[in-house]
Design a protein around this ligand. Structure first.
Ligand code: EPU
Length: 450
């Protein structure tokens, strides 16, 4: 298959990086559009009758995968300028299952094709889903929501086949948990369903709000009510959009943690205060400093000791699960005992084993910990990591387990005295654009090998 974007994806063909750490990271990095919005906005383009233009698209492999999936369905994808994708759905058709299967193996985005494909083609076929191995990551909320719209879900030898012989009708849906993906599933399906959909217990992450902005530009009627309720009035037709993706909060928070852990000073161009408020509070409590500017945020270590914190991951506006891995590296350098409770995924502390190998004192409690300071003592799947610091880190040979865990290994290796080798680098390229160039710009001492 000839994919324009994959042809221009910059070379992180290297699978191994050797880092000589112990040097503060200083300088500027530019953060572009969020992976977790751009990929969804690309899927939304399938719903339009006319082409869509998405701006500030990061050059990451998740975008590449979605590009190739859209192309498999007949969407013409071109790149009119740097960071732009023009998506023309004029000739959408059924894709060959083999193409989709090969592509889907490394991403969870295919599940979000269901609604748009049902509207356009009357059926959707979803193969086994990929994405980071951070827990079970079931799709029951997605399938229940699609059934509520009138879809029929059948398991076939190829995967899950979803059809809608009588069309899709607006529905009353209450999610058991404010899942980001399931909320997107409902939005992408309800906008063209017949009648009104009421979604209760919806996710309200800034990337969801940005997807709603995209859909509104396309002609959708969506109102956000108090208490996580969203109403969607189905319309007959949607047009293409022109939209600049919201900045990547996860990448911004990752570089901020890198500045703190390495005693550095990083200006994250493109980062905005509003969407990072909860992160900024924790960053300040740990002892990091930040200056908010019009065009970005400067994150720095002011000298002296860092302080321990108690953090619990949560849905927005809580502390994002994607922020905890980079932060934990910085917490290994704080004076005292920090606790991080993970309440979103059931298995997102696996990466800490490698940090322990590098000298960190981290104990993971699989059943969580009782403590009166906890804010969200409600999910069975929680785990707690207790980090005692400060501990000097030393170099080690480690393998990237997942996207955010992988980035935290980069930070740990940059913080550590001595040399570290990190393999399986390709996973980091799923969500961090040009990260080796950015590291070089921040003065990191490293070499990469294929
Ligand atoms: N869940 C179910 N059933 C479902 C769907 C979700 O039980 O049908 C559970 C999950 O197993 C998990 C929890 O609900 O325990 C939260 O999952 P959610 O659906 O909110 O997450 P997601 O849509 O799969 C997105 C991001 C993640 C990010 C989470 C939380 C994308 C592509 N992924 O995942 O990002 O951590 O929301 O904000 O948008 C990453 O970027 O590295 C990443 C993993």
């Amino acid at each position: 298959m000839n994919s324009l974007v994959s042809d221009t994806l910059p070379a992180i063909t290297a699978d191994r990086i050797t880092i000589r750490g112990g040097k503060p990271l200083t300088g500027r990095v530019d953060v572009r559009g969020a992976k977790n919005l751009a990929t969804k906005a690309m899927v939304a383009a399938l719903l339009g009758d006319t082409p869509s233009l998405l701006q500030d698209v990061p050059t990451i492999s998740d975008v590449d995968i979605v590009t190739r999936m859209l192309e498999a369905y007949g969407v013409a994808v071109s790149k009119p300028a740097s960071g732009e994708l023009l998506l023309d759905p004029a000739n959408v058709e059924r894709a060959h299952f083999e193409q989709i299967d090969v592509l889907a193996g490394s991403s969870r985005i295919p599940i979000l094709f269901c609604g748009p494909l049902l509207h356009r083609l009357g059926e959707a076929l979803i193969p086994d889903l990929g994405g980071c191995r951070i827990g079970d990551r079931p799709i029951d909320f997605h399938m229940d929501a699609l059934r509520a719209f009138g879809a029929i879900v059948d398991k076939s030898y190829e995967g899950i086949r979803i059809t809608a012989p009588n069309g899709l009708k607006g529905a009353n849906i209450e999610l058991p948990y404010p899942s980001v993906g399931a909320t997107e599933q409902v939005l992408l399906t309800a906008v063209r369903a017949e009648g009104v959909t009421e979604l209760k217990n919806a996710a309200i992450e800034p990337e969801i709000m940005d997807l709603i902005a995209v859909l509104q530009k396309m002609g959708a009627i969506i109102s956000i009510e108090p208490n996580r309720v969203i109403f969607i009035e189905g319309v007959d037709r949607l047009e293409g959009y022109t939209h600049r993706a919201i900045f990547d909060r996860n990448e911004a928070a990752s570089w901020a943690s890198a500045a703190l852990a390495t005693k550095g000073d990083i200006f994250v161009a493109g980062a905005k205060q509003q969407e990072l408020m909860t992160f900024l509070n924790v960053f300040r409590k740990v002892g990091g400093r930040f200056d908010i500017h019009e065009d970005g945020i400067r994150f720095y270590h002011p000298g002296g000791a860092l302080k321990p914190v108690q953090v619990e991951t949560d849905v927005h506006p809580g502390f994002m699960t994607d922020w905890q891995q980079p932060l934990i590296v910085a917490l290994t350098q704080a004076e005292g005992v920090s606790t991080v409770h993970e309440t979103v995924y059931e298995n997102r502390f696996g990466f800490t084993d490698a940090l322990v190998e590098m000298g960190a004192d981290i104990v993971v409690h699989k059943e969580g910990l009782e403590s009166i300071t906890r804010r969200v003592p409600r999910r069975k799947l929680e785990q707690a990591a207790v980090i005692t610091g400060p501990t000097p880190l030393h170099g080690a040979d480690v393998r990237v387990p997942d996207l955010r865990g992988g980035f935290s290994y980069l930070i740990a290796a940059l913080t550590a005295e001595g040399t570290s080798t990190i393999t399986n680098l390709g996973i980091i390229n799923r969500g961090y654009e040009h990260f080796t160039d950015k590291l070089a710009g921040l003065g990191a001492d490293f070499s990469i090998e294929a």
